[in-house]
Design a protein around this ligand. Structure first.
Ligand code: GLN
Length: 623
């Protein structure tokens, strides 16, 4: 049903235009906000910087950038305006990155001042109260100037552009206008020089005025905020702009001081770290959720955009976004916890190997985790590991559904694996890519002496653990063995003569390691009896369906289907016998009883595979 039909059926126009009803709800909500507040013309544009008086009070833009890089744009979201104090948050982040927290904290405090942004008062130890008021921001620009000198502004411009994901320019008129009239800021800068917080007053002030005159749009602000919300990675460009550590410090001062002397009210009512500027912009960054940018030049008495404030308040209330209103059930982070009864790897095993695995199935414990894991979730996992003895000597933790883990969580886990290691448990991490920084942290926390293995695929991890069990209990790993047709499961119950007759119909084949033996889609006209070496049956995607060793058959689906359904690769040098299907059919026609027995054996093989597949499906649906 399209939007127009909907409004006709109801007899009254509920939707404004065709397509409105199909817009995502958040877009519609923001549009509604825009409509509701565009009529509010209270407040006034800033006039203490003469050039800012020219701002059009009617302008109103809202942008919201999501963590996955989608941007909702409403109204004048592409209209450029000067960033002003919003720059303070990002320049503070840059200063932290550039000179480190010690130097920043020695120069600037982090206490809310409770005063207006342009207050000239310093703390009792003669530092600016925080980096979100002018004094603190000028000190920040000063720190960057100490490192970069003349090119301090270039560094700032480059960093803020990375936050926005595009090259940001400067409004030269606004810059000149503030330079000519900014005596209050000049007074602040001289005061800071008196206390040796700033050295070259003119150069630092010029850097500061320039940074305030940088041109942004509401959309830019939304993406800049989303970069903070996304732990420092710009979700649109994918570029890491700043470290997570710096993000946390920046959001902290935004929370306590970002909205000037309205900061307390702001945290209480909205609860989203934010920063506003006298150009009419507000950025708000809700960690792991969204970045918001608003633009409307009319300001209230605190210097905050009137409409922007309303949008933030309404958005937070409507979607329960207050940062302190959070809950999580850590117990959902374990999606499955099992031993390997009925759940083997996709590697087919010889009967005696299967017996060993069956007898020692509880020696392998697999825990599959899900979701972003923080300290609380990992604490829960560690308690699960130690509260349910007997500990399996092989512990597999699968992270393939874990998109992120905090450093604290990774360290906690590493420490726990070290403790388990001392009691003889070998831990195996599955689901991490080769270069995963998280697995590096786990490994480092576990220490060198802890035995840790890592596999990309859970199935490979299980196979490795099974091998350990088989070795430990006197089994041997089949790939080194050779097998005769009499060991073939497909030929079970056949007499030596019958098997010999089949062997005579077959041709010996040799393959080298890495060679493709069969390709999906090829005509299926023969069956292979593996005599030595290992092969893997794989889908085009690389997913392994099975690994087979001597005594096993592949290509056997040719007895049922006309095309090969998967690729078969030689994992090692391979020797096998290829039995052409037409010769085999002739043989079956002559010996119907034997044909029947072979089909019965095939059914048994397939049934075992199905039981295994069902067990895996069942395992995950049970949680
Ligand atoms: N450039 C402005 C100033 O220093 C920035 C102030 C603001 O946006 N609150 O006065």
């Amino acid at each position: 049903m399209d939007a127009r039909t909907f409004s006709q059926i109801n007899g009254k126009p509920i939707v404004q235009s065709t397509g409105y009803a199909t817009q995502p709800p958040l877009q519609r909500f923001l549009l509604q906000c825009h409509q509701d507040y565009v009529t509010d013309s209270s407040g006034a544009v800033a006039d203490y910087i003469p050039e800012l008086k020219k701002a059009n009070p009617a302008h109103f833009g809202i942008s919201l950038a999501t963590i996955d890089g989608h941007v909702y744009d409403i109204g004048d979201s592409a209209v450029p305006f000067t960033i002003q104090s919003v720059s303070k948050a990002f320049v503070f982040a840059l200063a932290l990155e550039l000179v480190g927290e010690k130097r920043v904290e020695a120069a600037i405090g982090v206490e809310p001042s409770g005063e207006a942004f342009n207050s000239i008062r310093l703390t009792s130890d003669n530092r600016p109260f925080n980096p979100m008021v002018n004094a603190g921001a000028i000190a920040c620009s000063g720190l960057i100037h100490q490192v970069d000198g003349e090119s301090a502004f270039d560094r700032i411009q480059e960093k803020l552009s990375q936050f926005a994901g595009r090259e940001l320019g400067v409004d030269e008129d606004v810059h000149r206008s503030e330079r000519l009239t900014g005596d209050r800021n000049r007074a602040i800068a001289w005061l800071l020089r008196n206390y040796a917080v700033v050295q070259d007053v003119d150069a630092v002030l010029d850097t500061y005025f320039r940074q305030c005159a940088m041109l942004v749009t509401a959309r830019d602000l939304a993406i800049m905020a989303a970069t903070l919300a996304n732990r420092g990675i710009n979700p649109v460009t994918g570029v890491r702009v700043i470290s997570p550590y710096v993000v946390a410090k920046t959001l902290s001062v935004m929370t306590s001081s970002g909205m000037y002397d309205y900061a307390g009210e702001w945290v209480y009512r909205v609860g989203i770290p934010a920063k506003s500027g006298v150009g009419g912009g507000i950025v708000a960054a809700l960690p792991s959720q969204l970045g918001l940018g608003t633009f409307s030049p009319c300001l209230d008495t605190h210097g905050n955009s009137v409409r922007g404030l309303k949008v933030c308040e309404t958005l937070s209330a409507r979607f329960d976004l207050h940062m302190l209103n959070r809950s999580a059930d850590v117990r959902t982070c374990i999606i499955a916890d099992y031993d390997i009864s009925g759940i083997s790897s996709r590697r087919s095993r010889q009967p005696h190997e299967q017996q060993i695995l069956e007898d020692h199935r509880q020696d392998i414990r697999v825990i599959e985790l899900i979701g972003a894991l923080n300290f609380a979730a990992i604490d829960y996992v560690t308690r699960r590991l130690s509260s349910e003895p007997p500990a399996a000597p092989l512990l597999i933790l699968d992270f393939r559904r874990v998109p992120d883990m905090t450093q604290a969580g990774a360290r906690l886990l590493g420490e726990n694996l070290a403790v388990l290691g001392k009691t003889g448990v070998t831990s195996i991490l599955a689901g991490f890519e080769d270069q995963s920084p998280i697995s590096a942290v786990i490994r480092a926390s576990a220490g060198d002496e802890t035995r840790l293995r890592r596999f990309v695929l859970l199935d490979d991890a299980i196979e490795w653990a099974e091998d350990q069990i088989i070795y430990r209990h006197g089994g041997f790993i089949q790939s080194k063995e050779t097998s005769h047709l009499t060991d073939q499961m497909l030929l079970a119950e056949l007499t030596a003569e019958q098997i010999q007759a089949l062997a005579e119909l077959s041709t010996p084949r040799h393959y080298d390691t890495g060679q493709r033996i069969l390709g999906a889609g090829e005509p299926a006209n023969s069956i292979f009896f593996l005599q030595s070496g290992m092969v893997s049956v794989k889908l085009a995607s690389g997913v392994r369906l099975a690994s087979l060793g001597p005594g096993m058959v592949f290509g056997e689906m040719a007895m049922i289907e006309t095309e090969r359904s998967a690729d078969v690769w030689a994992d090692t040098a391979v020797r096998c016998l290829e039995l052409p299907l037409d010769a085999f059919s002739d043989y079956r026609n002559l010996n119907p009883q034997i044909g029947l027995q072979i089909m019965r054996n095939l059914s048994a093989l397939l049934a075992r595979r199905l039981i295994l597949a069902n067990a895996k499906v069942d395992l995950l649906s049970a949680y």
